[in-house]
Design a protein around this ligand. Structure first.
Ligand code: C2O
Length: 565
């Protein structure tokens, strides 16, 4: 080898060594980054097409729908101290997949009925099916435990979001309603097939109606019973739809509790939820930056609150129902969600919403379930928007809360508004609560400006005024609840049954997820402001009232008003 060749060889060798060292350091620091770099290097060398490789997924900017890679399910945290593995067996990736097909029009229509009104015959059938389901081996996707784990997968972040590598949680975003509908649909079909009854329909726990508010009595017997429940909430105890287990008055008269529940339902279904984002939570965007995290009105409560109300007070996170990783092990979970699914239908009718026209990223997002033949099926959000096409409907029941529009606290609005004006001259707080947010260990009252205070009726109908509590950070393993009020004169006297109540935030404890995730809470307030005669004011007073001790570990970035078409 002559001198020039030797030099060339040495330089190449040094270059290669340097590149290897650099890559090693990157791998140690951030495995994700290094893969991208590696792909770029390989891309330059023409070994892979580097545009296509970003952490192993092809990112097509035009299509950001969720479609899972079935092999990527991993262990996750049910509680911060509990690592769980809820994933299907790895062999699932080799199973043939079919796309969901609507059942033919001659398939019998399944009618879901209120659980407190079904007869003995129905209960006997369901009992038989559930016993079979519970006796199937875990490896059978139709087994009860496997069904329960499906829920665990999608609430503990066992899959990552395809385009962002953040854990996927179907709660607190637009997947909340369609995903649970899918789960219930397949669950119901499996039950039907186990007893050879095509007409079998899950019952719904009609907690929004006075006669249905207690847990249905037959859920106290095997196999519907779950011994991980709060004994003090056994039937005939009337449920508290706005439950916080620290301040709730457990001895309240049934009549008063029922009334409060009705008024509360009105806020959550009608006045607070006039736009899709308010009812269904954060519209899902599957982007690199996209952390979409914000519960809809009804998801905060009664959804989260009933979970907590049912779960056992002896368990750290009120398991089973009180924590999502374990919730679906309690058979009442399915009746609870059947009611939520029904209320989604009811809400669509009240507010005349056509979901078929929504964002295609959401409509085309797909999930995998095993059907009654243990066949793996890929089903899209757009497939589940019409229950009749899935061949089920809900028996029509009264909606007693439709007419329970709350009244303002007894002070006449004029006097109240005057008292607030006087306060205004004394203290003015900014609705941006400062860097790092403000702690909610005691109540926070701020004045919030409104940019549109002279709107005509028609404008108000088209554009809903929204109260946004933004940048809510909670400790992930705690149950957190705070209530939001408008124009309250004396916060020691105010209660959720009054018109001043605008909404509530409820967080169910989780294991580890994104530690930095911050939530936004939104609800409609046009109607509240009208009823409080505050809709001509340039600003309003907003009070956040902590309902749980965990609010000490909760911070809020700020409060603002937006307008939503
Ligand atoms: Cu996925 Cu009621 O929770």
């Amino acid at each position: 080898m002559d001198a020039a060749k030797k030099w060339g060889f040495a330089v190449t060798l040094i270059f290669i060594m340097f590149a290897v060292l650099r890559l090693t350091l990157l791998v140690l620091r951030d495995p994700n980054e290094s893969w991208k770099l590696m792909d770029t290097v390989l891309g330059v060398l023409g070994i892979v097409d580097s545009d296509e490789s970003s952490g192993g997924y092809k990112i097509d900017k035009e299509d950001l729908s969720v479609s899972l890679n079935l092999t990527s399910c991993h262990s996750s945290y049910g509680r911060p101290d509990l690592l769980v593995y809820c994933c299907p067996p790895r062999s699932i990736a080799e199973e043939p997949v079919i796309d969901f097909q609507f059942p033919g029009p001659s398939t019998p229509l399944r009618i879901r009925r209120p659980a407190h009104r079904v007869g003995r015959g129905f209960i006997a059938k369901y009992k038989k099916a559930l016993l079979i389901m519970k006796s199937l081996p875990y490896s059978d996707p139709r087994s009860f435990r496997h069904q329960a784990d499906m829920h665990c997968i999608f609430c503990t972040g066992a899959y990552d979001q395809p385009h962002s590598h953040r854990p996927l949680d179907i709660h607190r975003k637009w997947f909340f309603f369609p995903w649970h509908r899918m789960l219930l649909h397949f669950h119901e079909r499996i039950i039907g097939s186990l007893i050879g009854d095509d007409t079998f329909a899950l019952p719904f726990w009609n907690w929004d109606s006075p006669d249905g508010m207690a847990m249905p009595e037959w859920y106290m017997h095997s196999p519907f019973f779950d011994n991980q429940r709060d004994v003090s909430h056994f039937p005939p105890k009337v449920s508290d739809l706005n439950y916080d287990y620290e301040k709730t008055d457990e001895n309240m008269e049934n009549k008063e509790r029922m009334h409060l529940n009705m008024v509360f339902m009105y806020s959550q279904m009608v006045s607070g939820a006039k736009k899709p984002e308010l009812f269904m939570g954060c519209p899902y965007k599957n982007s690199e930056e996209g952390v979409c995290d914000g519960p809809g009105t009804i998801e905060s409560a009664p959804h989260n609150t009933i979970h907590t109300w049912v779960g056992s007070n002896f368990n750290v996170m009120r398991e089973d129902m009180g924590a999502f990783y374990s919730a679906a092990r309690d058979p009442s979970f399915y009746a609870h969600h059947s009611n939520l699914d029904r209320l989604w239908e009811v809400w669509k009718q009240i507010h005349k919403v056509d979901l078929q026209t929504f964002d295609p990223d959401w409509l085309n997002s797909s999930f995998y379930f095993h059907d009654e033949n243990s066949q793996l099926v890929r089903i899209k959000v757009r497939d589940v928007l019409d229950t009749k096409k899935l061949r089920y409907v809900y028996e029509e029941v009264d909606l007693p809360w439709l007419n329970t529009r709350p009244k303002p606290y007894s002070i006449p609005s004029k006097i109240a508004n005057h008292a607030l004006k006087i306060r205004e001259n004394r203290t003015i707080l900014s609705a941006e609560l400062g860097p790092g947010g403000r702690n909610l260990e005691s109540s926070i009252t701020v004045k919030v400006g409104r940019s549109k205070f002279n709107r005509r009726k028609q404008e108000k109908d088209e554009e809903e005024e929204i109260l946004v509590v933004h940048g809510i950070a909670v400790r992930i393993d705690e149950y957190v609840k705070f209530d939001v009020y408008i124009n309250v004169v004396d916060e020691s006297k105010i209660k959720p049954g009054f018109r001043e109540f605008a909404g509530t935030f409820v967080h169910i404890p989780h294991g580890k997820m994104d530690d930095d995730r911050r939530t936004n809470l939104k609800f409609g307030i046009s109607e509240v402001l009208e009823d409080l005669e505050a809709d001509r004011d340039e600003s309003i007073w907003v009070t956040l009232l902590p309902m749980t001790k965990s609010c000490t570990n909760t911070t809020i970035d700020g409060i603002r008003i937006e307008y939503m078409r």
